[in-house]
Write a protein that binds this ligand. Structure first.
Ligand SMILES: CC(C)(COP(=O)(O)OP(=O)(O)OC[C@H]1O[C@@H](n2cnc3c(N)ncnc32)[C@H](O)[C@@H]1OP(=O)(O)O)[C@@H](O)C(=O)NCCC(=O)NCCS
Length: 377
């Protein structure tokens, strides 16, 4: 027995490669690839459903294939009645991410493929989850507003239906364009914490609903997907551009983290930021957006000057979602509604890898303590 033999601990698993992947590559030098395509070549030129297809089929679709795939997604958006009833019965003050986590787990009880674990069944589940996660989010929002959720329309694409069902009115052309860009930019990002968590669950050959439930619980945390809501809290607290310097400098002086900044992998600016900054700049004619954007630019400058760190995905995404009239407590559920395409692709890839993800640890506790029965303690 090698009691106490120290093991090398890589704190936070920083730079540890836990598996091979072909889904996305996060290049520390500031680029991001989806299945080999640089996102700079995709954003603004494709729609979200193409990315979802790419992740499942490992290639981009032809037009006819895309039409069929989009129709299949829209057709799967309907939730089981019991899930709709359960969403409507949730306490009004619990966070939408709590409801999303519970209801994805609940969906697993109504899986039409039952216990079947074939590749075909998992592909069908992947499509259902990509379709139904957004519907849970839309249904919750509508029911909390005291309104019915409209049924998806066959003449709308998948992403358009999502915003239509969420808001109750169809997005205009500019909003639809923003929506696709936002969803594409959120779709995948290497072995981020929620994706890794999903893969750990999948690595035990557990089902896809369990793995996605794990991912949602992980995404919720404020230093992961929960950051965008915190960004909006900060921007609202700051109120006016004149207060930015005092507010941000105060946080940094107190060694507090600025939400929406910093990244585990990127050593330079996150390659998604320039797209999001551009999206927000183009939306500055909208009420609120221009003032929020100006606050963001000032924050970015101060944080970079003081800490040499850059905004991440969540910083400008918060303002873009606000411009789409998405309330801030739904920012992370919106993130999940796009990241679901990456999660299911990673879960399938993990099933294919067929290895249990089970690290070891360096035990630093005691040995040989004298046991005292409960009555004598
Ligand atoms: C994303 C994040 C968790 C990465 O963390 P990490 O790789 O473990 O890096 P660390 O937290 O150890 O930070 C390294 C250094 O940068 C600083 N730093 C990192 N993010 C910072 C932030 N948002 N604000 C201020 N300082 C920050 C740390 O204080 C630390 O400085 P030090 O070396 O002087 O102590 C971290 O940057 C963070 O918490 N950001 C805010 C939350 C957020 O926006 N999350 C979304 C991520 S996409």
């Amino acid at each position: 027995m090698n009691e106490g033999a120290p093991k090398t601990v890589v704190r936070g698993l920083k730079d540890v490669a836990a598996a091979e992947t072909r889904i996305s590559f996060v290049n520390p030098m500031g680029s991001l690839y989806y299945m080999g395509y640089n996102i700079d070549d995709l954003v603004g030129r494709i729609i979200y459903a193409e990315i979802a297809f790419l992740f499942i089929h490992k290639r981009l679709p032809k037009q006819k294939e895309l039409n069929k795939f989009s129709k299949a997604l829209v057709a799967e958006m309907k939730l089981p009645d019991a899930v709709v009833d359960s969403i409507k019965a949730t306490p009004r003050d619990c966070h939408p991410m709590d409801v999303l986590r519970t209801e994805v787990s609940h969906l697993g009880e109504y899986d039409p493929d039952g216990g079947e674990f074939s590749e075909a069944a998992n592909n069908r589940r992947a499509i259902r989850l990509m379709a139904q996660v957004p519907t849970i989010v839309a249904t919750l929002h509508r029911s909390r507003e005291g309104k019915e959720t409209p049924s998806p329309r066959e003449d709308f694409g998948f992403a358009t239906n999502f915003l239509y069902m969420f808001r109750g009115s169809p997005p205009d052309m500019d909003e639809t364009e923003v929506l696709h860009r936002l969803m594409i930019l959120h779709a995948d990002h290497g072995f981020n914490a929620s994706t890794f968590a999903a893969r750990v669950t999948a690595s035990t050959n557990s089902d896809m609903y369990s793995a996605v439930t794990t991912a949602i619980g992980t995404l919720k945390g404020p230093i992961h997907g929960g950051a965008s809501e915190k960004v909006m809290n900060m921007l609202n607290d700051i109120e006016v551009e004149e207060r930015v310097d005092e507010y941000i400098s105060g946080l940094l002086d107190d060694h507090k983290k600025i939400m929406g900044f910093g990244h585990r992998v990127y050593r330079v600016e996150d390659p998604r930021t320039k797209h999001l900054r551009g999206i927000v700049e183009n939306l500055c004619h909208r009420p609120r957006t221009s003032s929020l954007y100006n606050r963001c630019l000032l924050i970015e400058q101060i944080v970079h000057d003081r800490k040499k760190i850059y905004p991440n995905l969540d910083f400008y995404a918060a303002v873009a979602m606000d411009a789409l009239e998405i309330p801030k407590e739904y920012f992370t559920p919106f993130f999940a509604s796009s990241r679901i395409s990456g999660w299911v692709a990673h879960i399938i890839e993990q099933y294919e890898d067929a290895v249990l993800l089970r690290p070891s640890s360096d035990y630093v506790g005691e040995y040989g303590k004298k046991f005292i029965p409960i009555g004598e303690r």
